[in-house]
Design a protein around this ligand. Structure first.
Ligand SMILES: C[S@@+](CC[C@H](N)C(=O)[O-])C[C@H]1O[C@@H](n2cnc3c(N)ncnc32)[C@H](O)[C@@H]1O
Length: 236
């Protein structure tokens, strides 16, 4: 079956990716979520916003596209050119310093390939859950590893590319972290089907970081990396 992502302008996606194809990753993740027209979503660490574009165009959501490295002015230009200025609101956020929103404001918080930069701790999930309505959903897709590296050492073939503090954890680690949160029900913690395809698409991108990742993925050869989806619901 052809997905929304399959039918999207591929050249545009290649120019705006900042990692494994975030539109494809978001589309798979949202197939596990109760999406509704007009819902209010925070897209945290949206980068150049291709996850936000999917949420607005495919589901008719109102999206707050929040990012640290990419300026809201740059993203606003992009959303305007796509006719989405009314649907996607770009904001500058450093989540380690807090969010400028009311508690109970969002139906959903989505974060694609960004949560490991700030969320590998006991405090981020309970902090973010405050901004969800009762019954609202958290949905994170994050690069991780299939298993912890033996004795916490990076395997030799990956040593030129990885460091231990990159927040790459296995699924069991994320399940444990998110299961601790009271008043929050973990619903899915799974390896995503689009792991290989979303990485292959990223490696086709002209982004210099994608070109740099090509030898890393050759060395990885399907042995170590995972793409982990973690979704859950705030208690009603
Ligand atoms: C690898 S990029 C992924 C961007 C986008 N989600 C995508 O997949 O194309 C990681 C993103 O996380 C964002 N990020 C990192 N630390 C952050 C923080 N403290 N607050 C908000 N965003 C952050 C960066 O600005 C960056 O755009």
């Amino acid at each position: 079956m052809q997905t929304f992502t399959d039918s999207y302008d591929k050249a545009y996606l290649l120019e705006t990716m900042m990692g494994p194809n975030a539109m494809r990753v978001t589309e798979e993740m949202t197939s596990y979520l109760p999406m509704k027209e007009g819902m209010r979503i925070l897209d945290l660490g949206c980068g150049m916003g291709i996850s936000s574009i999917l949420l607005a165009e495919k589901y008719g959501a109102t999206v707050f596209a929040a990012d640290l490295w990419v300026s809201p002015s740059e993203n606003f230009d992009r959303f305007k050119r796509l006719g989405l200025a009314q649907n996607i609101i770009p904001v500058s956020v450093d989540i380690t310093k807090g969010l400028p929103f009311a508690h109970g404001y969002f139906d959903m918080i989505v974060s694609v390939d960004a949560y490991n930069y700030f969320g590998c701790n006991d405090t981020m999930l309970p902090y973010l859950v405050q901004f969800l309505k009762k019954g609202g959903h958290m949905a994170v897709a994050v690069c991780g590893v299939k298993e912890d590296f033996p004795k916490d050492r990076i395997p030799k073939d990956m040593q030129p590319y990885l460091e231990l503090d990159m927040g790459f954890h296995p699924l069991s680690w994320w399940r444990r972290l998110w299961s601790k949160e009271p008043h929050f029900c973990l619903q899915h913690c799974r390896e995503m089907d689009c792991l290989r395809q979303s990485w292959d698409e990223w490696l086709e991108s002209p982004n210099p970081y994608a070109q740099r990742d090509i030898p890393m993925m050759e060395a990885e050869g399907g042995k170590y990396f995972s793409l982990i989806q973690i979704t859950g619901q705030k208690a009603l």
